[in-house]
Write a protein that binds this ligand. Structure first.
Ligand code: PRP
Ligand code: MN
Ligand code: MG
Length: 186
């Protein structure tokens, strides 16, 4: 019953594909930020996995900081109205900032965050998003470093949760219907 495997319908992105993509993105980031100090800003909690792995794949001397945000309003989907639960510890004025996100769904969270961070006067501000659901986009987010475009399905793993679970899966899969419909496993 505690086996996460029975809760999944199919694997969308394998652990090998994730690792290969991390190396690819890290190479680009190393090249683009050569000679500059970059501050990686992770968005709690989903970005923890990609942040930890990407940071270790980089050769650049980076620093890390974290923000936690929460959407106001009802429902599980973000409303676009965001409240800061934990702000950065760092003053980012004149710093090179790379925001690290696990996924862009509607884009509303990141849209708000980017406007908020931009108002603090960073030297540069870019986004690394490991997954993106193009079909779910409500706003267009400029993503400099993109991992994978994925279909608009219920996905979990590699930081992505359903009711806080499944974040620790080392791959990304679609959730079996019985998990969110409350029915019995097939
Ligand atoms: C998820 C995900 C992104 C955001 C994307 O976070 O990690 O941060 O939603 O959705 P959007 O593009 O529609 O705004 P969530 O708010 O579930 O918090 P979590 O990271 O703690 O899971
Ligand atoms: Mn998140
Ligand atoms: Mg979540």
């Amino acid at each position: 019953e505690k086996d996460m495997g029975t809760d999944l319908a199919r694997v969308l992105v394998t652990e090998d594909e994730i690792n290969a993509k991390l190396r690819e993105l890290a190479e680009q980031i190393d090249r683009d930020y050569e000679g500059r100090d970059v501050l990686l800003v992770g968005v709690l909690k989903g970005a923890v996995m990609v942040m930890a792995d990407l940071a270790r794949a980089l050769h650049s001397p980076i620093t890390m900081d974290w923000m936690a945000v929460s959407s106001y309003g009802s429902g599980t989907k973000s409303s676009g109205v965001v409240r800061i639960l934990k702000d950065l510890d760092t003053d980012i004025a004149d710093r090179h900032i790379l925001v690290v996100e696990d996924i862009i769904d509607s884009g509303l969270t990141l849209s708000w965050m980017l406007a908020n961070l931009a108002s603090r006067g960073p030297a540069s501000l870019e986004v690394c998003a490991f997954f993106r659901k193009p079909e779910a986009a409500k706003v267009d987010i400029p993503v400099k470093y993109l991992g994978f475009d994925i279909p608009n399905e219920f996905v979990v793993g590699y930081g992505l949760d359903y009711a806080e679970r499944y974040r620790n899966l080392p791959f990304v899969g679609t959730l079996a219907e019985h998990v969110y419909s409350g029915g019995k496993p097939a």
